[in-house]
Design a protein around this ligand. Structure first.
Ligand code: HEC
Ligand code: HEC
Length: 343
């Protein structure tokens, strides 16, 4: 009788320990040092909680209908899957696909072309963009200052009632930096607590051979701007990194995106042109000349057999982190629901 109770105690202890581990994943030891320090504990850090409210609140847009989450949906690893190009205020169509948001602390610059260098400044871009949120910091501050809900939230966070742009941007950045994803099967294998199947092992080898130069482990991006030879969409003619650096050799280079959470982040590429991973692999296999005499960073087309493709995709799917995508600490905050009811 006694030993059964002891056994039950141990079972419960491990269940709780496991739940705590999975609910709040800390970055594993095999990661490089991040550029930004991570908020201490997402659940208790007030700046993170305030940032989460702002991230989900429509008052950030000129017509009170668009929030950051309209384009960055937690259930899509904070990407947007309904549209190829982003849709903002008054249904305006942007020029690029909304990227997934996770592991941002490891990024030294932001946007497909690296136009923003610091996460604290990043939110100003969508806020002011007439096709995204069509508002301004000034307009937002005046809305926040006249809201008793936010006056209280800022007071609770900062112990005084000052509402200024620095605090708004810091809070948004704190929430964004708290969004981390390192709880995939790949990570469990790295930690020695799971094994790849034969198919995944074979896919891993193919990945290593063909993709890892740019999509480098463990973030699955080397953080660089590269040209993966996508044919130019003449209606957009997006020259990517060139728009920022003005260097001719940067034409059509884009930030190498992470390959974590691909099952949630489609459509793919800076303009969302591919809906499926098979379309992506068709692209890498094609030797189609992009018609504009440019040197790209792929040495040669990556041609894989039917079986090799299946293996590579099996490996890529081990990079999905379902617990991250469904982690309630990142989803729409309950508190905001009450606020919207009162508004
Ligand atoms: C209308 C859709 C839309 C809205 C609203 C929006 N974004 Fe974005 N977001 C995008 C698009 C599109 C990009 C890529 C822009 C580019 O590359 O030029 C982006 C890029 C980003 C990035 C850079 C990610 C990276 O890996 O480089 C961050 C961070 C971000 N958004 C956060 C936010 C925050 C915070 C808000 C709210 C203040 C917000 N976004 C509102 C569409 C949107
Ligand atoms: C020479 C560097 C390079 C190599 C090699 C490479 N990629 Fe990419 N990959 C990129 C760049 C750059 C982008 C973004 C291009 C864009 O959007 O214009 C990208 C985008 C992607 C995307 C879209 C992700 C998203 O969120 O939109 C997928 C999927 C992808 N690559 C898979 C692969 C696979 C699988 C391999 C190996 C078979 C591979 N890549 C090899 C540079 C590379």
């Amino acid at each position: 009788m006694y030993s059964r109770r002891v056994l039950l105690f141990f079972v419960l202890f491990f269940l709780v320990a496991f739940a705590v581990k999975t609910g709040n994943p800390n970055p594993p030891s095999y990661l490089p040092t991040p550029y930004y320090s991570l908020p201490v504990s997402p659940e208790t850090n007030d700046t993170v909680a305030l940032g989460r409210l702002l991230f989900y609140d429509n008052i950030l847009s000129g017509n009170n209908q668009v929030s950051c989450a309209s384009c960055h949906n937690s259930y899509n690893a904070f990407a947007h899957t309904d549209h190829q190009l982003s849709h903002g205020i008054f249904d305006s169509i942007g020029t690029r696909n909304a990227p997934a948001l996770f592991n941002l602390a490891w990024k030294k610059d932001f946007m497909w072309d690296g136009a923003t260098h610091h996460i604290d400044a990043q939110a100003l871009a969508p806020l002011h963009d007439p096709k995204e949120m069509g508002s301004s910091m000034e307009e937002l501050l005046s809305k926040l200052r006249s809201s008793s809900f936010y006056r209280e939230e800022f007071f609770n966070t900062y112990q005084d009632s000052l509402i200024n742009s620095r605090r708004v941007l810091q809070a948004l950045a704190a929430f964004e930096l708290s969004i981390i994803s390192f709880d995939s099967k790949y990570d469990s294998v790295k930690e020695g607590v799971a094994d790849f199947t034969h198919q995944e092992v074979s896919g891993y080898k193919l990945f290593d051979q063909h993709c890892s130069k740019c999509h480098t482990e463990p973030l699955f991006t080397n953080g660089e701007f590269m040209d993966n030879n996508l044919p130019v969409d003449s209606s957009l003619d997006d020259k990517g990194r060139f728009l920022v650096s003005k260097q001719k050799e940067d034409r059509y280079k884009f930030k190498v995106p992470s390959l974590r959470n691909l099952s949630y982040t489609y459509p793919y590429m800076h303009d969302g042109r591919f809906a499926k991973l098979h379309d992506v692999l068709d692209h890498y296999a094609s030797d189609e000349q992009n018609g504009c005499d440019r040197k790209n960073d792929l040495e040669k087309p990556i041609v894989l057999s039917f079986n090799e493709r299946a293996d590579l995709i099996a490996f890529l799917l081990t990079l999905n982190d379902d617990r991250f995508v469904f982690n309630p600490t990142y989803s729409f905050p309950e508190k905001l629901k009450n606020k919207l009811l009162e508004d």
